[in-house]
Design a protein around this ligand. Structure first.
Ligand SMILES: [Zn+2]
Ligand SMILES: [Zn+2]
Length: 677
């Protein structure tokens, strides 16, 4: 990029100090005080309009006249002319006749190295005026005077009154000129970073100062882009979309650069022994974690939760986090890879190259383990910070942290802990967020000592916003009391959350509620489970009218939430678990309401039909007797007798038949004594 200040700055840092002189200061103060519209005028190349030898002189004008501000005469012609050829004002009416134009000043201060020569420059932009304006922007960006560009955007580009009949002027007044500058500047920064990143980890650390400077340039650039987007933020015309993609690309390059700088400072953790001997061993470990998670997943007795319980595979926290952040989905900004050359920042081929080569659907990458773990620290940085939307930077930082924990836990010494602390401090991650990442990793890790450590850390992590999967995993890993602590501390987890932001919100709420019920029953807290179910359903009933706006997901035709389905799921869950834990006798004593009772008895009848050897049938009769509903008790008794009769006819197992006969006799006695008398 010959001809602009930025390039000289990009190439040599030493240069910066040597030209930091009075001249530079003069230019900068001129730049700041200039009216935006005058900046445009200063950018325009003017040719001398004096007449020489019967034709126009035509030399480039380096000065403007003090009398009328016109840049109309070259240095030579100004000596012999008395009036301005444009406005006829007398030139020498007061003091010095001329002053240097801004562009000349910049060249003389060494802020612009060479002047634009021929018809086009290296950027292929045909217009010298545009290039001069860009030079001013370069200088403003370089010296932290982004406000100059801001003003240009807001006072000139956004101003409908700022128009000109002159084609060159109106070109300069258009916002496209600023956008194109942003795009070119981003491209230059990417190429410079590409060279630095290409040096390898050992050399990169000596480039820290330069990387820091690019980081500042990128921040300034995003500010300019945001001011361009400002009034059009909700529009979706092609130029605005292009602008938004430019913003997205700038942010990603910037976020990626920040982490690259951090990594360079720590030599890409090459001095730190990973706890995995090789990447293939690590991949296998992740695969095994996934298998373990699927194995231990709680397969409900009920048809239950509206997900596909039969083929339910468990996911790891890292998988959830990555797919929530949009990894493994087609990047809607694929454009920025092609046009804005983001791929030059990457060391190895990752997602986008697969995407281009058409390697299947992205979500399959999870299954094939291609997404996590990345093969090296550098690959991790590239993957996490270049792929997926820049809006999710917090999630991305947490994912990288998870990766670091995974890479080093438990470790033989504590070196890695201080590096992790440095990461946390550098990127302003809260202690809570850090521990959360750590706990997620520990809960994913199949090892029991990891589970122990997670349980120790939990009290520090629990909050009302904790991941609802935490208690579920604890339950599955046979830590119901730890799960109960989380549920209680998190104050209302599995409760009806009103956020409405998550996908399948209603389904996940019900899943959380089922987990809450299971945890309580696993801890032997039957009454608690019962009360929880009650409270959950009554809250859903109470939000019914208000929630009709959320018709889109999971609502029935009437626009209200189908609470009876959720109630059924929860009561059935209680019923089945009580049967499993021989708590049916206690369960029927609870004060069930009419709706619950219907579900409960239905469920008990199913159990009794499946296994007449159990006491379930008799307990059903007890249920009615306790409530003095003898008529119903008698009817159930008769129904059970019929079931037992068919069972006895078919079953050849003498022992079982004896048991059934016994149950039958006892229940008949009960009915005779309590009902018929
Ligand atoms: Zn001239
Ligand atoms: Zn004039």
């Amino acid at each position: 990029m010959a001809g602009v200040g930025l390039s000289s700055r990009l190439e040599g840092g030493d240069h910066v100090q040597s030209v930091e002189s009075e001249k530079v200061q003069g230019v900068l103060s001129r730049l700041v005080t200039l009216e935006p519209r005058d900046l445009c005028n200063e950018a325009i190349v003017e040719k001398c309009r004096a007449t020489r030898d019967l034709r126009s002189c035509g030399r480039i004008v380096e000065h403007s006249l003090n009398s009328c501000n016109h840049a109309s005469l070259c240095a030579e012609c100004v000596q012999r002319c008395d009036v301005c050829p444009i406005c006829r004002a007398p030139i020498r009416s007061f003091g010095t006749p001329v002053r240097t134009r801004l562009y000349e000043d910049c060249c003389r201060a060494g802020m612009i190295r060479s002047r634009p020569g021929g018809a086009t420059d290296a950027d292929g932009h045909p217009n010298a005026d545009v290039r001069r304006l860009w030079s001013f922007f370069d200088i403003a960006l370089e010296y932290g005077l982004v406000s100059v560009i801001h003003h240009y955007v807001s006072d000139v580009c956004m101003d409908d009154m700022a128009v000109s009949s002159n084609a060159t002027v109106s070109l300069l007044l258009d916002g496209t000129v600023v956008k194109d500058w942003c795009r070119r500047t981003l491209s230059h920064i990417i190429w410079n970073l590409h060279e630095i990143y290409g040096l390898g980890s050992a050399q990169m650390r000596y480039k820290e100062a330069q990387m820091g400077r690019f980081s500042a340039l990128l921040l300034g650039l995003s500010e300019v882009l945001e001011s361009l987007e400002g009034p059009y933020v909700n529009e979706s015309s092609a130029p605005i979309i292009e602008l938004q993609q430019l913003i997205e690309a700038t942010r990603r390059v910037s976020q990626h650069l920040d982490v690259m700088s951090w990594c360079a400072r720590h030599n890409f953790l090459e001095d730190l022994q990973s706890s995995h001997s090789s990447i293939s061993e690590w991949r296998l470990a992740v695969k095994n974690r996934k298998l373990a998670a699927t194995d231990r997943a709680w397969h409900g007795n009920i048809q239950g939760v509206r997900t596909d319980t039969d083929v339910r595979t468990s996911t790891l926290f890292i998988e959830d986090a990555m797919s929530n952040a949009g990894f493994g989905e087609d990047d809607e900004n694929a454009f920025i890879w092609e046009t804005l050359e983001l791929q030059h920042l990457r060391q190895t081929t990752t997602l986008s190259s697969w995407r281009r080569e058409g390697v299947g659907v992205m979500s399959n990458l999870h299954a094939s383990g291609m997404l996590y773990p990345p093969e090296s620290v550098r690959a991790a940085v590239d993957l996490i910070f270049l792929e997926a939307s820049s809006d999710l930077i917090l999630a991305k930082k947490a994912i990288f942290l998870y990766y670091l924990f995974d890479r080093h836990w438990p470790g033989t010494n504590n070196d890695w802990k201080s590096i992790l602390d440095d990461y946390v401090v550098t990127f302003g991650i809260s202690r809570h967020a850090m521990l959360e990442s750590f706990v997620f990793f520990l809960l994913d890790e199949a090892d029991d000592s990891a589970l122990e450590e997670a349980c120790c850390l939990l009290p520090e992590v629990v909050s009302s916003t904790i991941h609802p999967k935490v208690p579920r995993v604890l339950l599955e890993r046979k830590r119901p009391f730890a799960a109960l602590d989380v549920l209680r501390c998190s104050d209302g987890i599995g409760d009806v959350r009103f956020s409405g932001s998550a996908k399948n919100d209603e389904v996940s709420q019900l899943e959380d509620a089922v987990t809450a019920v299971r945890v309580r029953l696993e801890c032997g807290l039957l009454t608690d489970a019962y009360l929880y179910q009650r409270a959950y359903i009554s809250r859903i009933k109470s939000i019914e009218p208000k929630q009709s706006v959320l018709k889109s997901t999971g609502m029935n035709q009437h626009g209200s939430r189908d609470w009876s389905y959720e109630m059924e799921s929860l009561v059935e869950e209680i019923c089945w678990l009580c049967a499993e834990k021989c708590l049916v006798a206690q369960m029927i004593e609870l004060p069930w309401d009419k709706d619950e009772e219907r579900v409960l008895l239905n469920c008990l009848m199913n159990l009794a039909t499946k296994d007449p050897c159990s006491s379930t049938g008799s307990l059903m009769v007890m249920f009615y007797i306790m409530r003095c509903r003898n008529q119903e008790a008698y009817l159930v008794h008769k129904e059970l007798l019929a079931i037992e009769k068919t069972f006895l006819e078919q079953c050849k197992d003498m022992e079982r038949n004896e048991i059934i006969k016994n149950i039958c006799v006892q229940r008949s006695l009960l009915v005779v004594v309590r009902v018929c008398i």
